[in-house]
Design a binder for this molecule. Structure first.
Ligand SMILES: [Zn+2]
Ligand SMILES: [Zn+2]
Length: 403
């Protein structure tokens, strides 16, 4: 299958704990990585999946991002499906509580009013209650929700809004675009599976919804591009290609925006992708763009060194840095003094340190470190501890800027 390992996409919803993957999970993940799928949120159906998902995360810590929750339709041991019961939730709660800090979302949860599984008014009421309890858990642990809705688009969105759920992914939404727009207004996101290639409804949905609220998902092993085929995370490339065509843009743009959306909706994703994040830290396109900074005057004036021809703050990476120093001292004495004064602290090092410490975005610009996230109070404790040469009185609160 076509795929580009240099892309960076996230599968926002899949079932890698499904028995269909038991025999070849390694190659499934390998193929995903080759197609540019860097990570997958792996959701549960019910409590019997939980330990399996947690252990998959232990085996593939960068790739398998666990989500725990109770689906509205439960699978029986004989392979048949039935509406969820309170019993199912009761068995699941202690495990969700136990693993709450190991997961990135509560899911898969939701409403499924397909008449085959959901036969009565009571069944619908049970599903609503079970969804409501899990929204409470999500709120308690500040976790987003990975939500299923089938033949229940409108009731799912209105119940979530009623319950005040804020961070919501509606996966494989099968309702009308006008109903989906109610979710968009509430700030919900929608993930698009590869089955879009054979679904007019999904195509209409993508036409109407802004790219800013879309994510990619496989729902593997379900919702493959062809019926009856086993789906895999690598196929989210097909979703990306299709969305790109509908939106009149290219695949890399779709991957970029949907990945940004995934990081916005699932902030803990960063913790799972830490190694990768450190590597791409300077590539700030994967972080939320905050707009022009208040404490910076634009346009920013860039000073170039006459020796290495790079902006002066990069001189130190030039092999003949000593020659730069001589040039700077002679031609830009003020800059030279400033650069030498800041020398005793390696800003790149410090920035990396902050990024790991807070698992947040952190980058070096000119003579300062930009840290994304609300870590102000922690900084006051950490800076003097890590760099004893800095006098605590010299740490000023400049809004979001610390040196
Ligand atoms: Zn689902
Ligand atoms: Zn699913």
């Amino acid at each position: 299958m076509a795929g580009d390992p240099s892309l960076f996409c996230i599968d926002a919803h899949c079932h890698l704990a499904d028995s269909q993957f038991t025999n070849d999970i390694e190659s499934v993940i390998e193929r995903a990585l080759k197609a540019g799928v860097k990570s997958a949120l792996c959701v549960a159906i019910g409590h019997s999946d939980f330990e399996k998902i947690i252990s998959l995360n232990k085996r593939f810590p960068d790739f398998v991002v666990p989500c725990l929750g109770v689906h509205p339709v439960q699978e029986e041991e004989d392979g048949t499906s039935k509406c969820v019961t309170n019993e199912d939730l009761k068995d699941a709660i202690p495990l969700i509580e136990k693993y709450h800090d190991k997961i990135a979302a509560i899911g898969e949860v939701g409403l499924d009013f397909t008449p085959r599984f959901c036969k009565s008014k009571e069944d619908r009421e049970t599903q609503r209650q079970i969804l409501a309890s899990q929204v409470e858990i999500a709120k308690k642990y500040n976790l987003p929700l990975n939500v299923h809705s089938r033949s229940a688009g409108r009731p799912t969105i209105s119940l979530l809004k009623e319950l005040g759920a804020e961070n919501v992914l509606l996966h494989a939404f099968d309702g009308r675009p006008s109903i989906a727009m109610e979710g968009v207004k509430a700030g919900f996101y929608f993930s698009i599976p590869p089955s879009i290639v054979r679904s007019e409804q999904k195509e209409k949905l993508v036409k109407q919804l802004p790219l800013d609220c879309l994510l990619l998902e496989s729902d593997s092993p379900a919702l493959a591009p062809q019926k009856q085929m086993r789906n895999e995370p690598q196929n989210i490339q097909i979703s990306a290609e299709y969305i790109a065509r509908i939106k009149g843009t290219d695949v890399s743009h779709v991957c970029e925006i949907t990945t940004q959306n995934a990081f916005k909706l699932f902030p803990r994703l960063k913790n799972f992708l830490q190694k990768l994040m450190t590597a791409i830290m300077d590539n700030s396109k994967f972080f939320v763009y905050d707009g022009p900074r208040k404490d910076v005057n634009y346009p920013i004036e860039v000073l170039y060194c006459g020796e290495c021809t790079m902006p002066v703050e990069y001189c130190e990476y030039y092999p003949n840095y000593e020659r730069c120093k001589i040039w700077l001292e002679k031609n830009m004495p003020d800059q030279f003094k400033k650069l030498m004064a800041g020398k005793d602290i390696d800003l790149k090092e410090a920035s990396k340190y902050f990024a790991t410490k807070f698992s947040c975005g952190s980058s070096v610009t000119a003579d300062e470190i930009v840290i994304q996230g609300d870590v102000k109070d922690e900084l006051f404790d950490i800076i003097p501890e890590k760099w004893p040469q800095i006098d605590e009185d010299n740490i000023d609160d400049l809004g979001e800027q610390k040196k």
